[in-house]
Design a protein around this ligand. Structure first.
Ligand code: UD1
Length: 430
């Protein structure tokens, strides 16, 4: 176990390169195993723990997965043979449920543990299950697992209740090898959905309309391996935008797709930050004091829920009062930790009212989930004195070399091993 020890007060300056998108990498690594011919070679895969977990899950299903010396990930789907995903790995990450689409499409059989609740509230997979069932799978929920069987999935018309990212992706994977045509309505339009569709089409799938409300998938007999490079991580880019902003910094954020960041860029500009736009990079130049802004999270192209916490951290020291409404998840638990650093935040149901304070003060704080971890680090960069951020493994799930990249911009961040997890009872008896 480790903590990050951060001395606040340094202005971030310099340039940072953004890694591949975690939320593209996870479904694309799973989708790569849909191929029965050849291998997929994936480039720009971020080196974080969620990627590690999905690779271990695929290996446990019989798929050959390895990184070569150039950090490209190879996936050979032909050896897929197990239909039961292991609970001890799946429980770590909700995105593991993508294996359900893979297994049903390839083996006609899937036993995948249902993801439980998590730190950002109840996150059911009922839309995924209803979709598989409508494609002809026979589904039972037993002993905490979704157990599904089918001879072959068949095309269907499926209206997704909310524009769920995970459901849209899982259905696209399953429908690619189904018999006949699937029409998905009210689809998520996130860039990661489009990335997966382009990848699957490269493998031989017939998907049209990704990035719009309606996606049409004409099932094909089989898919083959390809080489593919995934899109940059817009959430990592946004995280560095807010980190630069809170410190009054001047940071060049490189290797991004600017169009994917339209809403966060326009909001940060409203807060008084100058954003100079190049072809694949932005320079973020922040004033000494940010202006408060009002924001509500929404499905893409709206303001992403994954950047709500970093934004709240920034607004906690802005001039004036901000109203932030969270429309996607129950994602305000971490504000208790920000309050311990001196933030003035009132939460009423899905709305946070933040009165900017002149200064935060460093404190020991606990990470409750991945993006909350990013927010606490961002707050710590501005706080007076030392902040110790505990529970760093949640941050490691989704950011590649987070503290190295921050240090490269001039932040004072150290990773220190802690005694968390030590058996206190055994210690006292020895
Ligand atoms: C993905 C992202 C996550 C991001 C979220 C919203 C990955 C690995 N994770 O999560 O970082 O915050 O999109 O942009 O890509 N819902 C149901 N039943 C379902 C599925 C979803 O009720 O079967 C609800 C959820 O509780 C939530 C909403 O629909 O309120 C949207 O969730 P969804 O878009 O599916 O999020 P994820 O795919 O889990």
């Amino acid at each position: 176990m480790a903590k990050l020890v951060i001395q606040g007060g340094n202005r971030l300056q310099g340039e940072v390169r953004i890694s591949g998108a975690k939320n593209s990498a996870l479904p694309i690594i799973v989708a790569a195993a849909l191929a029965v011919e050849g291998e997929c070679v994936l480039d720009n895969i971020p080196k974080n723990n969620d990627v590690g977990t999905i690779c271990l899950i695929l290996r446990s299903l019989g798929v050959d997965v390895w990184f070569d010396e150039d950090d490209k990930l190879h996936v050979v789907g032909a050896t897929l043979r197990e239909h039961q995903a292991p609970y001890d790995l799946v429980r770590k990450m909700r995105a593991s449920f993508y294996t359900a689409g893979l297994l049903l499409a390839r083996l006609g059989r899937a036993e995948v543990p249902l993801p439980g609740g998590c730190a950002i509230g109840s996150r059911p997979v009922d839309f995924h299950i209803r979709g598989f069932s409508q494609m002809g799978a026979d589904i039972a929920i037993e002993h905490g697992f979704m157990k599904a069987k089918c001879r072959k999935l068949t095309g269907t018309n499926y209206y997704i209740n909310r524009s769920s990212v995970g459901t849209t992706m899982n259905m696209m994977m399953a429908a690619s090898l189904a018999e006949g045509t699937t029409i998905l309505e009210n689809c998520a339009k996130e860039p990661e959905v489009v990335d997966l569709a382009i990848f699957l089409n490269g493998m031989g799938a017939q998907i049209r309309g990704a990035g719009t409300d309606v996606i049409r998938v004409d099932g094909v007999e089989k898919l083959h391996g390809i080489e593919y490079s995934i899109i940059p991580d817009r959430i990592e880019a946004g995280t560095f935008m807010f980190a630069a902003a809170i410190t009054g910094g001047d940071v060049l954020i490189k290797d991004i797709v600017i169009e994917h960041l339209r809403s966060p860029i326009s909001k940060i500009e409203e807060a008084g930050v100058t954003v100079e736009k190049g072809a694949t990079e932005i320079r973020v130049i922040a004033p000494e004091k940010l202006q408060s802004i009002d924001v509500e999270t929404a499905p893409y192209p709206g303001f992403p829920t994954d950047l709500q916490q970093p934004l709240v951290a920034c607004m906690s020291v802005a001039d004036g009062t901000s109203v932030i409404r969270e429309n996607i998840f129950d994602r305000f638990r971490y504000v208790d930790e920000l309050r311990r650093m001196g933030a003035d935040i009132k939460v009423e149901r899905e709305t946070a009212i933040i009165r900017g304070v002149p200064q935060l003060t460093g404190a020991p704080v606990e990470v409750t989930d991945l993006r909350a971890g990013a927010a606490l680090v961002i707050a710590a960069l501005k706080a007076a004195g030392t902040t110790e951020v505990y529970g760093v493994d949640d941050i490691d799930r989704g950011y590649e070399r987070f503290e190295d990249k921050l240090r490269g911009l001039g932040a004072s961040v150290q990773r220190v091993e802690t005694h968390e997890g030590i058996d206190a009872f055994a210690q006292i008896r020895s």
